[in-house]
Design a protein around this ligand. Structure first.
Ligand code: TYC
Length: 108
């Protein structure tokens, strides 16, 4: 049986060991922002937050008040595609009800 490793002259392994990072890049996330205005009724905003962001009435009321007082709030964080869909749904719904409510997204 041939079990011996062949003799080497030391010139076989001349390469540099390179550490390759396991690159599992997560997709970027986007914040969906709701903006305050002087005309959209508070109850409409609460309804939007319940309907499109899955908030309870109490959560929605709290977030609506934050936007009302501070001018803007993050109402959710999503993938680019989901964030775009949410923004579109809110803007569409507001326009159909003739409210000036604004919803935007920005990279986290
Ligand atoms: N400021 C509005 C009002 O007093 C209420 C409001 C809250 C509007 C949040 C928009 O994103 C908003 N009727």
């Amino acid at each position: 049986m041939m079990t011996d490793t062949p003799p080497t002259d030391g010139e076989d392994d001349v390469g540099v060991a390179v550490q390759t990072k396991p690159k599992t890049k997560r997709p970027p996330l986007y914040k969906v922002l709701l903006l305050n205005d002087d005309y959209t009724p508070m109850e409409f905003v609460v309804h939007v937050l319940e309907r499109f962001f899955g908030m309870t009435h109490a959560q929605a009321f709290e977030v609506m008040l934050t936007v009302h007082k501070k001018g803007v709030a993050v109402v959710g964080v999503f993938s680019h595609e989901i964030a775009e869909t949410k923004v579109g749904q809110v803007m569409d719904f507001a326009r159909r009800h003739q409210h000036p409510l604004q919803c935007t997204m920005e990279k986290e």
